[in-house]
Design a protein around this ligand. Structure first.
Ligand SMILES: C[S@@+](CC[C@H](N)C(=O)[O-])C[C@H]1O[C@@H](n2cnc3c(N)ncnc32)[C@H](O)[C@@H]1O
Length: 232
């Protein structure tokens, strides 16, 4: 993929989050498959762009598309910029209550699970993963990349410096893995440590490259990003 495409798909701490492509490509071939795909919590639809660039049919969805037309307009503009909007349609779908059954080859999400319970007063992560399960065809896969609790340093910095950091539900690696108990298989990898602390994308880029160098020295459950594929 071209650098500009990767930047538009990933958008933040690009060096660390784009390691997802190495992992996914090892376990999954999406090129020219014509897969039926759903992206959840897409906002600007980065993963929809990835799947559409590879000639799959995508529903790009976000619960916010009902009342945030400006978000949807930006998303459509991004997909048009890359000339792949003919492969994508848009829906406002609640990830914890997906109105499809045995339908998709792939369901994808990036940085969504920690936000599904905000404003509801209920824990909806398990319900979301179960709702995805129901929406997949037998043998279909959920392909995702999600924030983790990481280390105490990550949790401290989020509380101290990021307003929404106290609302987002950062899961421990083990708790996130357990959500997929009903799936046939789950393959995953964790990456990223210092990249999360960069204040600009330039800083995150430098820190992301440093993370690549020291990755083996950082305990798996202290890293702050989980990349996964689970099969129904
Ligand atoms: C942190 S943003 C991530 C956006 C995008 N996936 C990305 O990586 O740039 C979380 C997104 O999840 C959406 N969201 C929150 N709760 C949701 C739900 N129950 N169903 C679907 N989307 C939801 C929000 O509207 C928001 O766009």
């Amino acid at each position: 993929m071209k650098k500009e495409q990767i930047n538009d798909i990933i958008g933040w701490d690009i060096v660390n989050w784009s390691k997802s492509f190495d992992f996914w490509n090892k376990h999954l071939d999406v090129k020219d498959k014509g897969y039926k795909c759903l992206e959840l919590g897409a906002r600007q639809g980065g993963l929809s762009l990835w799947l559409a660039l590879n000639n799959n049919q995508v529903i790009c969805s976000d619960v916010s598309y009902t009342d945030q037309q400006h978000e949807l307009d930006k998303t459509i503009a991004l997909h048009q910029k890359h000339g792949c909007d003919q492969h994508i349609r848009y829906e406002a779908i609640d990830a914890s209550n997906i109105p499809y059954e045995n339908h998709f080859d792939l369901v994808v999400f990036k940085s969504v699970l920690g936000g599904v319970s905000i404003d509801t007063g209920k824990r909806l992560e398990q319900q979301t993963i179960d709702s995805i399960y129901k929406s997949l065809k037998p043998g279909g896969r959920v392909v995702f990349i999600e924030n983790l609790e990481g280390s105490f340093l990550h949790m401290y910095a989020r509380k101290k410096f990021v307003g929404w950091g106290s609302k987002w539900y950062y899961m421990k690696l083990k708790a996130l893995v357990n959500l997929f108990d009903s799936y046939k298989s789950l393959k995953y990898h964790t990456v990223g440590f210092f990249g999360a602390f960069g204040k600009s994308e330039k800083q995150r880029q430098i820190l992301g490259h440093f993370d690549t160098l020291i990755e083996r020295m950082v305990p798996k459950d202290n890293r702050y990003i989980m990349i996964g594929i689970a099969e129904k």
